[in-house]
Design a protein around this ligand. Sequence first.
Ligand SMILES: Cc1cc2nc3c(=O)[nH]c(=O)nc-3n(C[C@H](O)[C@H](O)[C@H](O)COP(=O)(O)OP(=O)(O)OC[C@H]3O[C@@H](n4cnc5c(N)ncnc54)[C@H](O)[C@@H]3O)c2cc1C
Length: 556
Amino acid sequence: MTHTMHHPTLSRRNFLKGAVIGGAGIATTGLLAACSADTQSNNTEPEESAPQTESTYNPEAREVANVEYEQDVAQKASETEECDIVVLGSGAGGLGAAVRAAEQGAHVVLLEKAGELGGSTSGTEGMFGWGSSLQEESDVELPLVAELIEEELIYSNYRIDAALWKRFIEASGKSVDWLREQGYVFDRVDVYKGQISAFKCYHWWADEKGSTMISCLEEKAKELGVDIRTLTLGVSLMTDNGNVVGVYARDDSNDTYYGIKAKAVIVGTGGFGLNNALIEQLTTWDMTYGTTRSTGTGDGVIMSEDVGAGTYMTSILPRTAVEGYTVYDEIAIGCCDNPLLFLNENGDRFMNEGTYVTSYMALYVNSIISQKKAYTILDQAMVDRFVSGEGIFSGWRTYKTGMNLPEFQTQLDECISSNRGNVFRGETIEELAEAMGVDPDNMKANVDRYNEMCANGFDEDFLKGKEYLTPVETGPFYAVRQDPSVTNTIGGLDVNYNNEVVNKDGAVIPGLYCVGVDACKLYKETYNYAMSGGLVSYCLYSGLNAADHAVATYCA
Ligand SMILES: Cc1cc2nc3c(=O)[nH]c(=O)nc-3n(C[C@H](O)[C@H](O)[C@H](O)COP(=O)(O)OP(=O)(O)OC[C@H]3O[C@@H](n4cnc5c(N)ncnc54)[C@H](O)[C@@H]3O)c2cc1C
């Protein structure tokens, strides 16, 4: 896929010229402090020490995020209150941190941008855990930590921090136990999906819904006196002499701004899946047709960069989808989650389409986005099979093997008649190729070869499993473009093992922590479904980790 890079349009000099120096005392100092955070000193020339990270200067990314410059918002803030710890975001990372800090006696204020708690955590199915009491009670034979690390190392071409994995894995069972201590009842511990992972480390949420865990923690937070404010967002960090000393908040219910001074701030704003400009800047993904299920706009990443934080981009939790539809729609289930025939923009086959079933959607998506365009090719016989015949080969969540997709034909037809340019139809393969703008002879030759291999029951080109070798021979024929879909971004800010945010030289920015996906440095290649639930488990782990360190360091 082509990679669109958004070059910053504001130079450092322009940025400083545009900055309003004035307003409230903390904010003025804060601007200078932000500019000098790299050196932890307030004595350098502002222009020389201004944060140099790109997204700070990426106007498109800022526009999507709900972030304002400190010096601007300080002037709008009507009052300033105080607490021990402010947490931004109420997913596994933020809510976990809030409860853990409150348990230890800290006075915690939790700001949540949305009307309810949970963010994308509510949509998760379960969490990874090793060495939990539930595994012990369920007589699970645990793999060695070393085996799990080896799995991850090989999956990631040895490009991961195995020391971080060791810390995380060894703590993951304790995270599960901590939730149980809060009164949470897991459904069961098992493998995630049999064909993907043999490790019985997946702790399924009750009803397979992360929202049940969030409700439990919300109740606990209230019991412990956490001051929870929904529809209220952090828009800027408050700084003083290089330290983060609080946040500026906006109450969206009445559009007022105020400051909250705190001994430490824990940012857990859930990634930036909704911020295409930031995705294209920090990853190799082309989001021209991209979609997302994330709730994150990158607020925490950008406001932390404003105070000099370093960035660390790891990965994306990926899927593919069909433009105009969500990943839950039947057209996406049929065309993206099933191992049919995939051809690229030249009409060439390029992968073992069965990878989806064996690696789930992570490695599979790597193959899809390695092409300029990737089309699922299917014939009328396959459409009929989906609608009312044998059903789908493989599905996702509520869609199970053998289920029918009654709306599939209708959604295909809708796409074609909308002329969106992503779904095509032809009476013959050549006609289909013409509609797609692909060389008809090449595409016909490739489809013929595929059909021949289906007849022989052996895919000598890409070794797709025999059970998925279904010929494409009964017209009319369809081509459906698969586009990248971000379930969530992984990573963003650079943190140390205490989840303290560090600047680009690795120096701690005092008072600032990051948790959840924004801080996740576990992955390098892509999310590994063999270690399913690892991401949400890391989010919780990081929240507990940051809270423990912040309370011990700043609230003792
Ligand atoms: C549909 C879906 C399913 C997923 N399933 C899984 C799964 O099964 N297993 C897994 O490991 N991972 C899964 N993930 C990945 C998931 O995103 C992470 O695992 C994890 O739950 C993220 O937790 P978090 O605390 O970082 O962020 P979130 O849970 O997204 O919480 C962040 C919160 O911060 C709030 N916020 C944002 N900006 C501000 C601001 N400026 N001020 C105040 N609040 C703010 C948001 O509104 C949100 O509520 C899934 C993601 C999605 C979208």
